[in-house]
Design a protein around this ligand. Sequence first.
Ligand code: KIV
Length: 280
Amino acid sequence: MRTTIRDLQAMKRRGERIAMVTAYDYPAAALVDRAGLPVILVGDSLGMVVHGHPTTLPVSLDDMVRHAAAVMRGSAKALVVGDLPFLSYATFEDAVRASARMMQEAGVQAVKLEGAGSMVAIIARLVELGVPVMGHLGYTPQSTHQLGARAQAKDVAAANKLLDDALALEAAGAFALVLELVPRALGKAVSERLSIPVIGIGAGAGCDGQVQVWHDILGLMGDKPPRHAKVYAEVGQVIESALRAYASEVSTGAFPTDAHGVAGKEAELQAALAARKDEA
Ligand code: KIV
């Protein structure tokens, strides 16, 4: 039985902090489930950390559906939320079509989309149609070219505007909100004002939960993880040294051993193959 959006809301009511992490494929999803995290985000950050683009903008709906479907196959317990990619939800029709593909083809339980303003009515319509929506405010990576600085809402006017937007998303029926790269005081205030869970990333410890990108917390992004991330294991270094060991054993002949191969009728095969006369 998977975590539900109601379970998350109950966690907030009980004051239990929510740990969410991104995953983009089958083995990662299985590991998140085994570790017992309640929520997986199939983020469009995959454009950068999996596909090597500089931003999330090139990510297509096909990319999202394919990765989300793999995450669904790899997990059985976590609530899986799938990002709607850039410009895939600009109109009601687009938003419905994109959500349908994510929920029906990939099988995710909820979608996430960025922004407020005209998105509020789109969220309300999706929710009315039965699509659970997670909002995303603060630094919204799909607007990177408009935002300039990454940290958002640092002054009072911008912080008040963000709080108004958050309240509007809640009123529209969003079941949770991601808050990215805003001052700690704002993260705490939004979490206290909203009754839905507020999941922060670089928004301070006062949020109802935290979300982190898989590659950032597992040391898979080289030596420069973003400031808001903590590296919990240097998995990149472990993989690199395993690959060096493998390459070295291949070059010395230490791998493979007989145990890694197929045992046939060895003597009979050797004799027959040696005696074989090939046409010149
Ligand atoms: O795409 C993503 O991974 C995200 C998180 C950074 C919240 O939106």
